[in-house]
Design a protein around this ligand. Structure first.
Ligand SMILES: [Zn+2]
Length: 525
């Protein structure tokens, strides 16, 4: 019965694009990916050529079939059974599917619908996403279940609903907190995303949630951080922190509250982001006792840091984020409008963002990156999360940028891949199923023609710029195939479909991407 539904739904997916290339194929009774170099998520160095055998959605064997530069001995290779499928990946690279630990599935102000978001993610090799609050639990759980059955083109989704959402009123007692946590679990959530609450409510909610075995994430919003920083969270059993707020506060030596100017107003987004950019310099210095003690305690508590560096990058270099080359073809008009400077849109803090703010943020990044890199070096778990759909950061593309920023923080490229795959799987409690290419795990993989360890930019949907021997400028890379649950998706075709959506929307609206202040904003205002 289940199988019939699956086949029907896949047929449906194909029929939506009758005149175009097939966007997905499989699963197969047997799939062999032949001759690739394996870059695994478990910290292992690249090795190849390997043949990877998959049956339906499970990896059955990973076989070393030779040596670089030596012809493969066919006798050593696994045989294709009748009805099986082969991918010749000789000279290519295979990696585990990426885990995005911070992926919001669009929403109304951005005008980004699931199909658009999912194709951008899958087009960049992201096969698992943790959604840290979204458009209501029923909306998310529905998508999660459809993705589980592969009825839609989407990464597997882990739903972390916003604490208190759907409760009808603010949670104001420990009993209400526990009640909400139980209800959240019952509705099919995988965890909770906190923004902050009174300490006793945080404690009760985390205790109840942990007893049910669910995960937790927290954006330590400034409004509550004076009484509850990252250390309080980790000690009370929070499993992962998002972004970075709450961490400098745990490192304060000579103050308990950040140095807010007297005219500060949290609802003024320029105030909020500008002062945040001066936070790390107010914390304990790298290598100081306080710095070391906080870091060691967090490592000891098996706490996960999900920095989402990329979503703050516009703070240190607005023009870079704003002029990213993918905006023209991949950013929806509604999303572009949402990014524009505004006193009312979240993350559109460009009231008068200039040299002073960017310089402060560059210093902020240096200290923050120093902490995160050292955290990794001392055995702490660091994951990759994107938080796209805000601040000029686009789904999928921003995830690749996050890999580059971890590299900038000091991670070895193999450490970056590990953060993006196995670490994410561990943080989600899914490392028995996904996160590396090992026997018995689900067949979630990325196949790409270029070596991402040499240059992460080859993972961008727009590819990396490369001058060839004939002095011709070419684009190389872009994920070729994203495999999820043994189903092969043509990643480039997924991205072409996104381009078509954007083109269609622009035609309907007679719209072109423009730069702030050079034309009237037309919607959202
Ligand atoms: Zn977020």
């Amino acid at each position: 019965m289940k199988k019939t539904i699956l086949i029907l739904s896949i047929t449906l997916t194909f029929s939506l694009y009758p005149q175009e290339e097939k966007v997905s194929d499989g699963p197969f009774t047997q799939l062999i990916i032949r001759g690739a170099t394996l870059i695994n998520g478990n910290g292992s160095p690249p090795i190849g050529p390997v043949d990877i055998v998959v049956e339906n959605n499970i990896i059955k064997s990973v076989i070393n079939v030779g040596y670089p530069g030596v012809e493969i001995d066919e006798k050593r290779r696994p045989k294709l059974i009748e009805g099986g499928k082969e991918i010749d990946a000789f000279g290519m690279y295979v990696l585990p599917g990426f885990v995005d630990m911070h992926g919001h599935i669009g929403g109304s102000p951005q005008g980004a619908e699931p199909d658009y978001v999912f194709k951008l993610w899958m087009g960049h090799g992201i096969t698992t996403v943790r959604e840290p609050s979204g458009r209501g639990i029923d909306f998310s759980v529905d998508l999660k279940n459809k993705s589980l059955k592969n009825e839609i083109i989407a990464p597997r989704i882990k739903v972390y609903s916003s604490f208190g959402s759907g409760f009808g009123k603010e949670i104001s007692s420990t009993e209400e907190a526990r009640q909400w946590v139980r209800l959240n679990a019952k509705k099919g959530a995988d965890g909770i995303k906190f923004f902050g609450a009174e300490p006793e409510i945080m404690k009760a909610a985390l205790e109840e949630n942990n007893s049910l075995g669910l995960g937790s994430a927290m954006h330590h919003a400034q409004l509550r951080v004076a009484k509850w920083n990252v250390l309080n969270s980790a000690r009370s059993g929070l499993t992962s922190m998002e972004h970075w707020y709450g961490l400098p506060e745990a490192l304060f030596n000579d103050r308990t509250i950040q140095n807010y100017p007297s005219n500060y107003n949290y609802s003024n987004e320029q105030h909020r982001f500008e002062e945040a950019g001066r936070l790390w310099e107010q914390a304990a210095k790298p290598g100081s006792d306080h710095w070391n003690n906080v870091m060691n305690e967090l490592v000891e508590l098996d706490f996960t840091i999900d920095p989402t560096f990329n979503i703050y990058e516009a703070s240190r270099d607005l023009q870079r984020a704003r002029r990213a080359e993918w905006h023209e073809e991949y950013t929806l008009p509604s999303l572009w409008e949402f990014y524009q400077p505004s006193r009312i849109s979240h993350g559109s803090y460009w009231h008068f963002w200039g040299t002073e703010q960017e310089v402060a943020w560059k210093k902020n990044f240096n200290l923050w990156m120093t902490f995160v890199n050292e955290y990794k070096n001392r055995g702490g778990r660091v994951t990759v999360g994107s938080d796209s759909g805000f601040i000029f950061q686009l789904y999928g593309f921003a995830y690749i940028r996050e890999l580059e920023l971890l590299r900038e923080a000091g991670f070895h490229p193999i450490e970056v891949i590990m953060s993006a795959t196995l670490n994410g799987a561990e943080a989600l409690g899914m490392d028995k199923e996904i996160g590396s290419i090992e026997i018995g795990k689900k067949a979630d993989m990325i196949i790409i023609e270029e070596n991402p360890l040499e240059n992460f930019k080859v993972l961008y949907g727009t590819g990396a710029i490369k001058l060839n021997e004939k002095n011709e400028v070419k684009r190389v890379g872009g994920v070729k195939f994203t495999i999820k649950d043994g189903i092969i998706y043509d990643a480039k075709q997924l991205l072409r479909e996104v381009k078509d959506m954007v083109k269609k929307s622009k035609e309907e609206l007679k719209y072109e991407i423009y730069q702030p202040g050079l034309r009237e904003n037309t919607f959202n205002k």
